[in-house]
Design a protein around this ligand. Structure first.
Ligand code: UDP
Length: 263
């Protein structure tokens, strides 16, 4: 599948068109940003790992009946996905209190929540992706009540599946962010809601079950070092990077000696 025009460049990914108007190519960059772009860096190998981890997670979800935009991985940094009209909403799920929840409401760090907490944020970088309520979503027609009912159900199901997937490899799924879009289903000739974007250590908080060591982007946000080692550890435990590699966290553009299992 040949890459066409660049359609969009975000903080961690680039989207390219293809000859087929319904398909696009999602390219994972090494760039890492935090605090709404105030902190920026390039973490060599991150894009390669996120491409592979997100492929693995979305494929697993798809096997469990969750509709996603993912079609196939094309190479180390790119995947073919269905074009979707993305809802301008970030859907956040929390199982353990940390991050902005602890800051905003003073909930003690590490509090295990009685049941998953769903939050909605308006996807708007200039405004710092503010927290919104369902009423805002309906008022401004960012999604319908029917869409949100379906998305909430899908999100809780995704949380259940992912908690199990990670628990099996000694990782606690603390919280995560997902996005959804609408795609055209040729078979049913209807639009349908699909899970979009990515699920990776950039978008989840993942703690080692025993030591609570952070294996996610908080290593970057909080200057904990060994960012790539955290991501590698997640990939290794998921069984998609069995061999030891020597990706190192350096500044820009060196060749990445990394080996993955062939598909
Ligand atoms: N998150 C994300 N992108 C965002 C904001 C949050 O992927 O733009 C993820 C984040 O990695 C975490 C969860 O959503 O897993 C909850 O993040 P929180 O609101 O605590 O954000 P913080 O401001 O602490 O990064």
């Amino acid at each position: 599948m040949n890459k066409g025009k660049k359609l969009y460049e975000g903080k961690a990914k680039i989207l390219y068109g293809t000859k087929d108007k319904d398909l696009i190519i999602q390219h994972f960059k090494d760039d890492a940003t935090a605090f709404n772009n105030l902190k920026k860096s390039s973490v060599e190998g991150k894009g390669v790992l996120n491409n592979r981890i997100s492929e693995h997670i979305l494929s697993n979800l798809s096997q469990c009946g969750i509709k996603t935009h993912f079609i196939k991985r094309l190479n180390m940094r790119e995947q073919l996905i269905k074009k979707a009209e993305i809802f301008p909403i970030e859907f956040i799920v929390r199982n353990i209190a940390t991050g902005s929840l602890t800051k905003r409401l003073g909930i003690p760090e590490g509090t295990v929540l009685n049941k998953p907490l769903l939050e909605y944020c308006f996807k708007k970088d200039d405004l710092n992706d503010p927290l919104i309520s369902k009423e805002h979503i309906f008022s401004f027609e960012w999604a319908t009540e029917e869409d949100i009912k379906e998305i909430d159900k899908m999100t809780l199901r995704i949380n259940d599946i992912l908690i199990g997937l990670f628990r099996g490899i000694g990782i606690k799924l603390v919280d995560f962010k997902i996005e959804y879009g609408k795609t055209w289903n040729k078979d049913t000739e209807k639009k349908e809601i699909v899970l979009a974007d990515e699920i990776s250590p950039d978008t989840c908080r993942l703690w080692d079950s025993k030591t609570e060591k952070k294996l996610d982007k908080d290593r970057f946000r909080k200057d904990l070092g060994n960012i790539i080692q955290g991501y590698q550890e997640v990939a290794r435990r998921l069984g998609i990077m069995p061999e030891e590699t020597n990706i190192s966290e350096v500044n820009f553009g060196k060749t990445i000696p990394i080996k993955f299992k062939k598909k």
